[in-house]
Ligand binder design. Structure first.
Ligand SMILES: Cc1ncc(COP(=O)(O)O)c(C=O)c1O
Length: 340
């Protein structure tokens, strides 16, 4: 059965208002002598956009089915997921509580500013790995239960088996757009945090006969962690969608060499990529996710991988509000490159 029919049986809330654009970037394509397309997931229709509304449409439907009244999640101080879960909670009538890991971006700026504006209950903890907050969130859920609330735990990055359905649905949207534009892709780049976007898109494209190589660009975890995440979501999704997990995945590669020192490190190549996209197309990337995806693409392009016959799509998953929290790094970079 087609994926479109199979996902239709899962309940979803509404956080989007129609498709997001898939754009051919003319100036950049000309400059790089290849064809670059950008899927504008930064332009989803909830509180400054990003990938999370697609995921949350399915996950919050589960929360409602379970009779929850409070969404509880976690992330870094500049978590996009915290912003969009709080926004979704406000829009759909839930309370919201967030555990954040202390880091260098704790000023009331960017995403954190919006989280406080929308009034989530925020608890800050000290941990070594910003993506390893589960025990803290589960404890918070217990406290909320004792206070008479009905919490629904949403893991880091919003990735669960049901939320991955959001990027099956998003992937189907892209397949339709590519068909309408008559584009035969030869490469696809996505960010990779927990691998929810990457894995769901890979399954959806393969099921629809698109066999272009996929590149998952890590923002935090090293290869073994990426592989474990990818396998976990692949199996969970295949189970939800009655697919054979042993089916062919085609050509794909996971990359962990663009992370830099740690999660959230705005590397020089990332800042150069953000600057290039801004100067050539007037499109803002972010220094944590989309900037790294574009940096990886540029790195591969520089090594001769992409030429005039290629058609490469990058996913811009959002995160732009974090630009404002990184103003010092960006100012220094603009000075270094003679723009200031
Ligand atoms: C803007 C943005 N892109 C990508 C991701 C990572 O997505 P995934 O965990 O599905 O790989 C995140 C995670 O929070 C994000 O905020």
């Amino acid at each position: 059965m087609q994926l479109k029919k199979l996902i239709a049986k899962y309940p979803k809330e509404t956080l989007l208002d129609g498709p997001t654009p898939l754009q051919h970037l003319t100036h950049l394509s000309q400059k790089l002598n290849t064809n670059v397309y950008l899927k504008r997931e930064d332009l989803t229709h909830l509180t400054l956009g990003g990938d999370k509304p697609r995921k949350l449409e399915y996950e919050i439907a589960q929360a409602r089915l379970n009779g929850a009244d409070t969404l509880v999640t976690c992330g870094s101080m500049q978590s996009n997921h915290a912003r969009l879960t709080t926004a979704a909670a406000r829009k759909l009538g839930f309370d919201c509580a967030i555990v954040m890991s202390q880091d260098n971006y704790a000023q009331i700026q960017g995403n954190l500013l919006t989280v406080h504006l929308m009034g989530a209950e925020v608890r800050v903890v000290e941990v070594e790995d910003h993506w390893d907050l589960e025990s803290h969130v589960l404890r918070f859920c217990e406290e909320l239960k004792q206070a008479g609330k009905k919490p629904h735990y949403i893991p880091v990055s919003g990735t669960t088996p049901h939320s991955c359905l959001g990027y099956v649905s998003g992937g189907l949207e892209m397949v339709e757009q590519l068909d309408q534009m008559q584009v035969n892709l030869t490469g696809v780049y996505t960010p990779f945090g927990t691998g929810g976007i990457f894995t769901a898109m890979l399954l959806t494209f393969r099921q629809n006969g698109i066999w272009a190589p996929f590149y998952g660009i890590s923002v935090n975890g090293r290869l073994p962690k990426m592989e474990a995440y990818h396998t976990k979501w692949w199996q969970a999704l295949c189970q939800l969608l009655e697919q054979d997990p042993a089916q062919q995945k085609g050509d794909f590669a996971l990359h962990d060499e663009f992370i830099g020192r740690e999660y959230g490190h705005a590397t020089e190549e990332c800042l150069d990529a953000v600057l290039l996209m801004a100067e050539t197309e007037g499109i803002l990337l972010d220094p944590v996710y989309s900037g790294k995806v574009f940096a990886a693409f540029l790195n591969h392009h520089a090594s001769g991988r992409w030429g005039p016959d290629d058609h490469v799509m990058l996913v811009h998953s959002g995160g732009v509000p974090a630009l404002f929290a990184y103003h010092q790094e960006i100012e220094a970079h603009l000075k270094k490159r003679g723009r200031l």
